[in-house]
Design a protein around this ligand. Structure first.
Ligand code: DAH
Length: 339
């Protein structure tokens, strides 16, 4: 063993390390767990005790030589092995690494945009609870006792009287109950429906509700307000149309379509080849609803509207699958970090 060690010592003194790769090779050959030095220590355990002292000295000398060679070369080359990184010195003159600060979620971007468009024409913001009672979510809004929207299939009930709100229209009721007209507010928030999750539906989503109540508010006011909103949100070229519809809490009721942003009205699968896409429901607040909330319907009239934030974001950003908004895939979200 002594002879082996002397040969090794010789070999090391002649070894020249010329590159980072050679340094790494040196490290693997001598210093790694399966390297020569370790083997030698294993072998050392098996030799007779009387020569252990001598051989041990030599072994330590060889170990020292290997370490010195390695340290010298490390000063010249960086080993390619990550574990040896601690041998590097930090360069304090380098600029700091940029911090990844993330960005806003696309739904928040759209919500903020809607809010600021309505803020400009005097609408304030109001919020309400997501866990709601039957009165605010249904009864006060004129839903008949047996209306299908109350059905277990649509609504997540907590008990007979309490449910997760199915729309932000419940906040209208709270506002009308608590404040006197004139009222002009928008109400953004999350709503819940017991629907199977798919590319076009989710069990929760987001809406923005709006109301305007004063003396002599008319359908013409409703139309002008929504025309203004569409131009601000989607640009001057977008066309708008109203279709008669039905909601228990408005009379008359309408749905508003805009010309399809993707095919510019020519027809595509997003607009189902009609050239139009629906973006909101609206109407004149039913006098029954005003009275339910303590507002004199002979003195006051008002309009209301409600839109889905996901729908608007999908149209604006050409997102085809609703689920992408909720899976929090960073590569999807990163696309919006500059907005
Ligand atoms: N609450 C309705 C829904 O969730 C949307 C809506 C329609 C709100 C008409 C309104 C309205 O305020 O006037 O489908």
């Amino acid at each position: 063993m002594k002879q082996k060690l002397e040969e090794l010592q010789n070999k090391i003194s002649q070894t020249v390390i010329n590159s980072a790769d050679e340094l790494e090779e040196f490290r693997l050959t001598y210093l790694s767990r399966k390297g020569i030095l370790n083997d030698l220590f294993e072998e050392f355990k098996t030799i007779p005790n009387e020569i252990k002292k001598d051989v041990g000295k030599l072994m330590n000398a060889v170990k020292q030589d290997i370490q010195v060679k390695f340290n010298e070369a490390s000063g010249l080359f960086h080993t390619t092995n990550v574990k040896s990184k601690s041998l590097e010195y930090a360069d304090l003159s380098l600029p700091a690494e940029l911090q990844n600060i993330g960005g806003r979620h696309p739904l928040s971007i759209i919500e903020n945009e809607i809010v600021s468009i309505f803020n400009k024409i005097g609408f304030t913001i109001t919020e309400g609870p997501e866990i709601e009672d039957d009165w605010h979510n249904f009864s006060a809004l004129n839903f008949p006792e047996n209306h299908p929207a109350r059905d277990m299939q649509d609504t997540f009930f907590i008990d007979k009287e309490i449910a997760l709100r199915t729309h932000t229209s419940s906040v209208q009721v709270r506002l009308m109950e608590n404040q006197k007209p004139p009222l002009r507010a928008i109400m953004p928030g999350r709503v819940y429906r017991n629907e199977a999750v798919s590319a076009r539906a989710n069990c929760f989503f987001h809406q923005v509700e709006g109301i305007y109540i004063d003396k002599k508010v008319s359908f013409a006011d409703l139309k002008q307000t929504l025309y203004y909103f569409v131009k601000e949100m989607f640009g001057e070229d977008v066309k708008v149309r109203f279709r008669p519809s039905y909601f228990p809490f408005t009379e008359p009721s309408a749905e508003m379509d805009i010309s399809c942003l993707l095919c510019k009205g020519a027809g595509c699968n997003v607009c189902k080849y009609t050239g139009w896409v629906e973006i909101l429901g609206c109407g004149m607040i039913d006098p029954n609803v005003l009275e339910n909330c303590g507002i004199d319907s002979n003195e006051y009239s008002g309009f209301a509207f409600g839109m889905g934030i996901e729908r608007i974001a999908m149209l604006k950003y050409d997102v085809k699958d609703l689920r992408t908004y909720f899976t929090n895939d960073v590569s999807f979200l990163k696309q919006f970090s500059q907005l």
